[in-house]
Design a protein around this ligand. Sequence first.
Ligand code: PMP
Length: 302
Amino acid sequence: MAKPGKYSLWNNDIIETDKATVAITSSAVLYGLSVYSVFFAKYREDGLLGFRVPEHITRIKQSAKIIGLNHTEEFLNKEVFLKNIHKLIEVNKPTSDQFFRLTIHATEILPGVRTTDLELALSVFMYEAKNILPQDKARLKTSLWRRTADTAIPARAKVNGAYVNSALAKQDALDSGVDDCLFLNQNGYVSELSAANIFMVKRGVLVTPDPASDILEGITRRSIIEIAKRNKIKVVERKVALTELYASDEVFACGTSAFVSPITQIDQRTIGTGVAGEMTMFLKEILRNEQKDKNSDWVTIL
Ligand code: PMP
């Protein structure tokens, strides 16, 4: 289990993590009505390098907007946020790579089942960054649980309560002795993993489920697409059938906490040659270099 830093951010204050609590009577607790995002920061002795931090701020606001939590525009001002993160790092004094989890909680007390004009609070805690999937050969199982449809709880919004769907499928995968689930959507097409996006490589082309396949449009997914295009690799976003994955040359998962994880087995079928593929490792290496390059456009020195 990851251990959070001793101090966390609560709105604009730095407080002890144990004291940062949400009321049992709040919508956040009653209905899982909160939205979140997690960004990665590479540890260097002269400071932490945050990866695509502005995109995470934008995404959490969009998640709020999609489900109707309002008044978040001024709530998460980038300059103020970065100053607060700086203070948080100063008090926690990390000595390793970190994840920062920011959450907008609906702290309103007993409002009934609704989402607009609610009182909100922001929390940020940090913890040591460890990969959630094995880095060399992760195994998946197609889940009996389907991805929540865009017309039910949109996967595009990172809503805390929606992660019951991910937890059900991940637990089922763990109970079956594999590393993670593979979600199909209600239409039977490939969607994503419990907390990562998926790509396959077929005859040199990179293919990934499109944004209408009930996925979270991951910031790592977008980075991989941009890196591939920069390197003249053809990328196609479209519907993907499960059996296409079985017959592909390479499969990998990606996400903030999954980084780029080669998938070597799905439903007991060996993918490609059964070891991490060449294109997977190429993209993984470039992402890793971007994350530790303080001159990268994607990096904010925190
Ligand atoms: N899908 C889901 C369901 C996730 O929870 C995550 C992790 N945030 C991702 C995909 C990957 O998104 P990102 O690259 O922005 O971390």
